[in-house]
Write a protein that binds this ligand. Structure first.
Ligand SMILES: NC(=O)c1ccc[n+]([C@@H]2O[C@H](COP(=O)([O-])OP(=O)(O)OC[C@H]3O[C@@H](n4cnc5c(N)ncnc54)[C@H](O)[C@@H]3O)[C@@H](O)[C@H]2O)c1
Length: 354
């Protein structure tokens, strides 16, 4: 066990600050190097967090620094290539941002490379460490609402962004059931992108989990919130990132339970070290990140094939891309736009620049 864990961060944008905060909250963990091709982003982040070793090329950082932990904080498209590049240098662990990747093929490659290089790979669905979500999970496991029958959530910004968190929330609060089948549909009348990934305007999915619970996900169709509602045989739990509300035959009324506990980013970083040291499995272990992506791909595949998709999904690319490229979803209001264009800082962030 090293005295200090040496951490490197790839991508110095907004979420990297949360990774920084997480590592800062754990003893014996030091962020010693960062990389970003945008000079301004590298300088600002380096100065803000007082990190001397700054690289414009992530692979050079991985080659030069003997890193124990690598955080991948780039846009979704680079999650797979950067995770694979990091794993090839055999750190102890990689913490990659969500969504795990943009296709199931990429998810599988990431998991294979991690396994073959002996690297522990976790995906940063950090809300698994949110005290309210964990409270909801414990209540459900203890039978507070009886057998969970339905779980509902609604978000926006495309399925891969917000909704990957929400699908992960559904599985987390239900103690990680497996999806058995999915039916869904998408609407795409504008040429909509999110962080340079093609997304739909609106979508919905229904998911049958193997514990008997049925999930319902709405994307740009309901009140977007980072939470959900779980209906059981004997009660209801409503959860968001700040609190849990419980109504059951025992409470007889809505009971509000304030969320108290460690910051989710710190919990996520702490459990990574515990995982490395063999003390605990990480609750963001990669198969959970993959499960959220698989449900998303199943919603797209259901829209493409007009059928109930039985899991596992066998299509390895994005069925949304297939539909768009084959002309199955013609845009009625032409003109590409990216709902996260405000994040752009320089041409190095365009796909060609990466
Ligand atoms: N877990 C969460 O709750 C949460 C919240 C926000 C964002 N995210 C995820 O974090 C990721 C990044 O989002 P963001 O909002 O921080 O974006 P951002 O644009 O603020 O930051 C991304 C950074 O990556 C840099 N970059 C681009 N190419 C690079 C390369 N080849 N090597 C190194 N760095 C490179 C960019 O210059 C930029 O500074 C996304 O995948 C997003 O889904 C997760």
């Amino acid at each position: 066990m090293p005295d200090q864990y040496r951490v490197g961060i790839i991508g110095c944008g907004s979420i990297a600050n949360l990774h920084m905060m997480g590592y800062h909250g754990v003893d014996r963990v030091n962020v010693i190097a960062i990389s970003d091709p945008v000079a301004e982003a590298l300088r600002d982040f380096g100065e803000r967090h007082q990190i001397e070793k700054r690289y414009t090329d992530a692979r050079e950082m991985l080659d030069q620094e003997k890193l124990d932990i690598v955080s991948v904080c780039t846009w979704h498209k680079l999650h797979a290539p950067m995770t694979i590049a990091a794993c090839a240098r055999k750190p102890k662990a990689v913490l990659c941002e969500k969504p795990m990747a943009t296709t199931l093929g990429e998810c599988d490659e990431m998991m294979i490379v991690a396994r073959r290089n002996g690297v522990k790979l976790a995906i940063a669905h950090q809300r698994r460490f949110n005290p309210a979500w964990t409270d909801a999970r414990s209540l459900i496991a203890a039978g507070a609402i009886g057998q969970p029958k339905h779980v509902m959530a609604s978000g926006g910004q495309g399925l891969l962004n917000d909704c990957s968190h929400l699908l992960d929330m559904m599985r987390y609060v239900l103690s990680n059931p497996t999806a058995q089948w999915v039916i869904g549909n998408v609407e795409r009348k504008t040429d909509r992108y999110e962080r340079d990934i093609r997304i739909e305007d609106r979508s919905a999915g229904i998911i049958q989990f193997d514990n008997g619970t049925v999930g319902m996900l709405l994307q740009e169709l309901g009140p977007g919130r980072q939470g959900g509602t779980i209906y059981g045989e004997d009660g209801i739990i409503d959860v968001d990132e700040r609190r849990v509300r419980l109504l059951s035959s025992k409470t007889g009324r809505w009971e509000e339970r304030p969320s108290q506990g460690e910051d989710a980013s710190v919990g996520q970083a702490r459990e990574l070290v515990d995982w490395i040291e063999g003390k605990a499995e990480h609750r963001g272990e990669a198969s959970n990140g993959r499960a959220a992506v698989e449900i998303i791909m199943a919603i797209y595949e259901s829209a493409r094939l007009h059928e109930v998709v039985q899991m596992p999904v066998r299509t390895r690319c994005s069925p949304l891309d297939v539909m768009v490229e084959r002309g199955d979803l013609p845009v009625e209001r032409p003109g590409r736009y990216d709902i996260r264009a405000f994040l752009l800082r320089g041409e190095a962030m365009t796909p060609e620049g990466q």
